[in-house]
Design a protein around this ligand. Structure first.
Ligand SMILES: Cc1cc2nc3c(=O)[nH]c(=O)nc-3n(C[C@H](O)[C@H](O)[C@H](O)COP(=O)(O)OP(=O)(O)OC[C@H]3O[C@@H](n4cnc5c(N)ncnc54)[C@H](O)[C@@H]3O)c2cc1C
Length: 696
């Protein structure tokens, strides 16, 4: 018995010693911080961080493979706790958010009713997924089922809608969607996304130079989600109040509804949403990414500069705008008159952009008050040049510098400065019989301004016919209603003055249209012996304008900044980088005199390139970029089932009343009209479209 006990004791002791030795040999050390980190993580094991559950994420943090912000569903407090365990700085991470890029709906004729398993994946595998269109959402909600955060639900049209407040960006929906319609992106990624060939885009969106998701904001207006509409527009265009008033809306030319009926009044709906925010008394919040510590100088505070500054600031960079004029806005303040874009409205819009934390310096002219070298010395890492096109072309005709003769930009900017109290100069004396030469927006703004300033007779002289006039159609029509006399097919010959060098007559020659020229428009050919004299006492020439790049010759450091023969700044067309690597450009100074919406789109494209430059990434063009090209299958010849319905008429002030003042002439749609107009939108995607409510 005693022997047995002794044997057991010795055996036990030996086993203990072996185990103790084994534990020393095979000991696996687990860093205690793993458990501490895991303790702070959310415990949802959702995999949104890219690791297989919270334990794996904690190991990754301790191994230095993930940041304290690893957990996509926790807040910054969690990140701070994890950072404390690790003895690190918290750092910053932009939240990822899910977005369904197919708005779906009751679709066109190729609608397919799937009878099998209610799953997108099964539908796709069995039938190529042609429920409604080859590329669009299948609508069986695999993404909804995959979301453990209840952040996606089926919207009223039977297609998924992501709830930004609940979405944690775990990416499960993106993985579940067999059609690649659901995307999970950070705010910066969304801001930097440009139209691509494989995006499912309606023809209007493909046409818009600012690449706004037009069907989406119209659907938001239709659903009464006006704030949502504002956010959708602002994701691409920070000047929605201005564009809603002056954009010639090239998108409407491609509106699919216009094939069978009348194009949707897209721009009026933009104005409706924009005005809604301004009148709501509250600005919608605009998030910005965390600061990068990089500084950019934006020279020129017109639409291109404002757009570039806005996107750069939202991407986390420090931005300062420098402008030669006393106030920001460029041509939309000093060229476009008050009755089309009230200065108060413009200022509200500009304030919203500056409120993001953008500095500005007015009365600061590049080449006179500062140079690009001085900006570099101040610590700016990159420079954006958006100096516009402010040099008026001249007629090169005898007598055009007589007293009483002005150029268009000079006339409009001097008047605007005087009207705003920006200058001590006397007001320009207005003649009784005024003639304006030209057919573009500037010419029309000059005639309509002269009418309001009390000129007795205002004429517009243009070399071609009304059809070839580059000005916006509605503006030409408005000028006509306001009593402007149009003289088409009339080419200027000379200007005649009296002994005091005061203009008295204008001579023109009648023309007929010949063969098309390089612009595609038929060339005006003067008719010999048709010279005609017009009695006048004021003449404004508004025949076009180009950039003033005289600042280049004033600075040695930028002698190699290349320009084109039109004096525009030469740059790579995709990334808008000039021949000086830290200088980028867009807007009129790059394209020549163009449109607000072009300048806005260009400003964002330049911001993308500057962001890459500052991040020391290779500057590459947008992959598969679809800039104003059309995907052939999106261009239909007919659209079935549209119930004819007139488009909303733009409300405007009565002619007799509006020519008495500079009060805004074009008014905003009533809410009921905006809702009816939004309902006219077919909600097109690349090949599908929603039918009319009535037709459905
Ligand atoms: C009379 C008129 C009417 C128009 N109407 C319409 C319309 O109805 N719809 C439409 O879409 N477009 C219209 N346009 C065109 C539109 O205004 C321009 O395409 C747009 O403003 C271009 O924006 P931008 O930022 O490139 O240039 P700009 O708006 O010209 O801004 C350039 C800025 O650079 C500043 N600047 C210039 N040189 C310097 C320097 N050396 N140093 C510092 N700052 C400098 C200027 O002060 C200005 O603020 C109109 C243009 C004019 C002239």
């Amino acid at each position: 018995m005693i022997e047995s006990l002794l044997f057991m004791l010795i055996l036990g002791g030996a086993c203990g010693s072996i185990l103790s030795l084994a534990s020393k040999i095979f000991y696996v050390y687990e860093d205690p911080r793993i458990a501490q980190v895991e303790y702070f993580l959310a415990g949802a094991n959702c995999g949104g961080c890219g690791f297989t559950g919270c334990s794996a994420a904690a190991v990754a943090v301790v191994d230095g493979k993930a940041k304290p912000t690893v957990c996509v569903i926790s807040d910054m407090e969690t990140a701070a706790n994890v950072a404390e365990v690790m003895g690190m700085e918290v750092g910053a991470a932009e939240p990822l958010l899910s977005k369904n890029e197919c708005s779906g709906g009751t679709r066109a004729d190729d609608r397919y009713t799937y009878q099998g398993a209610p799953s997108c994946r099964a539908a796709e595998a069995l039938l190529g997924g042609r429920k409604v269109c080859t590329i669009g959402c299948l609508g069986y909600g695999d993404c909804v089922k995959s979301c453990i955060f209840d952040a996606i639900h089926m919207g009223p049209d039977g297609f998924p809608v992501a709830d930004e407040a609940k979405c944690v960006g775990c990416g499960a929906c993106e993985t579940a969607c067999p059609k690649g319609i659901v995307h999970v992106r950070t705010m910066s990624e969304r801001l930097l996304h440009f139209n691509q060939e494989d995006d499912a885009l309606a023809p209007c969106q493909q046409t818009c130079p600012a690449e706004i998701d037009i069907p989406k904001y119209i659907a938001q207006v239709r659903d009464g989600d006006y704030a949502g509409a504002v956010n959708t527009i602002r994701e691409r265009n920070p000047l929605l109040l201005s564009c809603g008033r002056v954009c010639p809306h090239p998108c409407e030319d491609y509106c699919r509804r216009g094939i069978e009926d009348e194009a949707v009044s897209i721009n009026q709906l933009k104005r409706f949403a924009a005005d809604y925010e301004m009148h709501s008394g509250e600005r919608l919040p605009i998030p910005c990414a965390v600061p990068t510590g990089k500084k950019v100088a934006v020279v020129g505070g017109g639409p291109a500069g404002l757009s570039c500054a806005y996107f750069l600031r939202r991407l986390g960079h420090d931005v300062t705008i420098l402008d030669a004029m006393p106030k920001l806005g460029g041509m939309i303040r000093y060229g476009i008159p008050e009755y089309r874009l009230p200065k108060e409205v413009l200022q509200w819009e500009i304030d919203g952009i500056l409120n993001l934390g953008i500095d500005y310096r007015s009365n600061a002219t590049l080449g006179a008050d500062f140079t690009t070298a001085s900006l570099r010395e101040e610590g700016f890492d990159a420079v954006f040049l958006g100096v516009g096109a402010w040099n008026d072309y001249t007629l090169r005709a005898e007598g055009e510098d007589l007293n009483g003769c002005y150029t268009g930009i000079d006339f409009l900017t001097r008047f605007a400065r005087h009207q705003q109290g920006d200058s001590d100069e006397d007001a320009i004396p207005i003649g009784k019989k005024c003639v304006v030469i030209g057919g573009g927006n500037t010419a029309i703004d000059c005639v309509r301004t002269l009418v309001r300033l009390g000129a007795e007779e205002v004429s517009l002289v243009y070399r071609r016919t009304r059809k070839e006039m580059p000005a916006n159609d509605v503006e030409i029509e408005a000028a006509d209603h306001e009593g402007v006399k149009f003289h088409f097919l009339a080419a200027p010959v000379r200007v005649i003055g009296d002994e005091n060098d005061q203009v008295t007559h204008f001579e023109f020659q009648k023309c007929e249209l010949g063969e098309p020229d390089a612009s595609g428009r038929r060339r005006p050919v003067p008719i010999e012996g048709s010279e005609t004299l017009m009695e006048i006492d004021m003449l404004v020439t508004a025949i076009g304008q180009g950039p003033d790049v005289s600042f280049i010759e004033k600075e040695d450091a930028i002698q190699n900044l290349q320009t084109t023969r039109w004096n525009t700044i030469d740059a790579d067309p995709e990334i808008l980088q000039s021949s000086v690597p830290y200088i980028f450009t867009a807007g009129d100074s790059y394209t020549g005199a163009s449109l607000v919406v072009e300048a806005i789109g260009g400003g964002r494209r330049a911001a993308r390139a500057i962001h890459m430059y500052l991040s020391e990434e290779e500057l590459v063009p947008v992959p598969k970029s679809l800039q104003k090209k059309h995907i052939p299958e999106s261009l239909f010849e007919s659209v079935n089932g549209v119930v004819q319905k007139k488009r909303a008429e733009m409300p405007e002030m009565d002619v007799a009343e509006r020519i008495q003042s500079f009060e805004e002439a074009d008014l905003v749609l009533e809410e009921s009209d905006a809702l009816a107009e939004a309902n006219r939108c077919l909600g097109c995607c690349r090949i599908c479209y929603n039918k009319d409510k009535e037709a459905a």
